[in-house]
Design a protein around this ligand. Structure first.
Ligand code: ASP
Ligand code: MG
Length: 401
């Protein structure tokens, strides 16, 4: 007998028929002799609907009240799913985040899970109940409801899997697994049978949108094997784990991130300390910097360009403007019409020519590269946002066709 955690996203429980479908998957797993803990998200885009309701009343509402509202979606799903399971003749216990023992930090709307005390979950399991837990939510030290940030139920599922030492954590969604690129936009994409945590983490942060990146971090930390699969088809999904067998796989995916902006500081003095002073100012404001490029320097001047999250673009310019101009910079420019295209693959560590193949694909498509950055398992380029989809297709074709 195994202990299996199954997480179902919003589309998987969007209506009565889908809820019954999930109840069938869950009870089949239970009937096969497993203990099952289910984590569910709010139905369909119900969380967005709640956000709209808040906007109508008070866009500046306190985060405590936002959490009180947002956590409601998952309460509906767990009750409906428990009822569906009862209808199929099985015993189910639904639990809200606080009942399931989710202790979090106090950071409303972006809380961190501190620990999971699974006493009530364990108790229900001991009574051979199927346990259904509300994803995305917990409770802070004061006893107030918190949420984990949008998309957070994946992380709830992995946290339970870790706390309960589950044998497997399945993440059911509306795609059949992790693909080499977004199958809705790119032709001939392939579903990966396996992917490593590190590769998945890169893809998750790069906007591949299959898994919440904190859930992958947590799965890696506690060595929880994940399976990403569809609740609507019976096809096998993608396994996410530490070491994959597929060493042959040179690259595992092409991802696009349009939530970026580029800032260029032109003509600052070519002396020690400038980069330090620039980036420490941003760090103090909590602004993360990604790709950084510094020019060689000429006539005692140099240019520094870097990327930040698009939502931070304007603030970053404000934070730096006075300082860089006082240092003699000729200008500071913001371009928020850029996109970051990346290829990820553990295979590139031991193979040469991966970067040149990517650049060749961009050259063939006549797409100009503004910046480049690399890590052991990733190569990213910054390009004009208008070229982003075409770039992904061209790169994908080059590696996978
Ligand atoms: N319902 C929440 C959201 O829409 C959490 C989740 O789906 O993971 O963000
Ligand atoms: Mg999700």
């Amino acid at each position: 007998m195994s202990l299996i955690v199954q997480k179902f996203g919003g589309t998987s429980v969007a209506n009565a028929e889908r809820v019954m479908n999930v109840a069938k998957i869950v009870t089949d797993t239970y009937a096969a002799g497993n203990d099952v803990i289910v984590v569910v998200s709010a139905q369909g885009d119900f969380t967005d609907v709640l956000v709209e309701k808040q906007q109508e009343i008070n866009p500046q509402a306190s985060k405590r009240e936002q959490d009180m509202l947002l956590a409601a979606g998952e309460q509906i799903s767990i009750a409906l799913l428990a009822m569906a399971i009862e209808k199929l003749g099985y015993h189910a216990t639904s639990l809200l985040g606080w009942q399931a023992g989710f202790d979090t930090s106090s950071a409303h709307t972006a809380a961190r899970i501190k620990r999971v005390n699974p006493a009530r979950i364990q108790d229900a399991i001991d009574r051979r109940n199927i346990v259904i837990v509300a994803g995305f939510q917990g409770v802070n030290r004061r006893g107030d409801i918190t949420t984990l940030g949008r998309g957070g139920s994946d992380t709830s599922a992995v946290a339970i899997a870790a706390a309960m030492h589950a044998d497997l954590c399945q993440i059911y969604t509306d795609v059949e697994g992790v693909f080499t690129a977004d199958p809705r936009k790119v032709e001939n994409t392939k579903k990966l049978a396996e992917i490593s945590y590190d590769e998945m983490l890169e893809l998750a942060t790069l906007g591949a949108q299959v898994l919440h990146n904190r859930s992958v971090e947590m799965a890696k930390k506690y060595n929880i094997e994940l399976e990403v699969l569809s609740s609507l088809t019976k096809a096998p999904g993608t396994i996410v784990k530490e070491k994959t067998k597929m060493e042959k796989m040179l690259i595992s995916g092409v991802a696009k991130d349009t939530e970026v902006a580029r800032i260029s500081v032109m003509g600052v003095p070519n002396i020690p300390g400038i980069a330090f002073k620039l980036f420490s100012r941003l760090a103090k404001k909590g602004i993360n910097v990604d790709i950084i490029l510094q020019s060689q320097g000429h006539d005692g001047k140099k240019d520094i360009s870097f990327t930040v999250a698009r939502s931070h673009g304007k603030t970053a310019v404000e934070v730096l403007k006075d300082y860089v101009l006082s240092q003699g910079a000729s200008e500071i420019l913001l371009d928020d019409h850029v996109a970051k295209i990346s290829i990820v693959g553990a295979g590139m560590e031991s193979h040469s020519g991966v970067a040149s193949t990517m650049f060749e694909a961009l050259f063939d498509a006549q797409i100009n590269i503004q910046m480049i950055s690399t890590s052991e398992i990733k190569i990213s380029v910054l390009i004009n946002e208008d070229d982003a989809d075409q770039a992904v297709r061209a790169i994908h074709r080059k590696f996978f066709d």
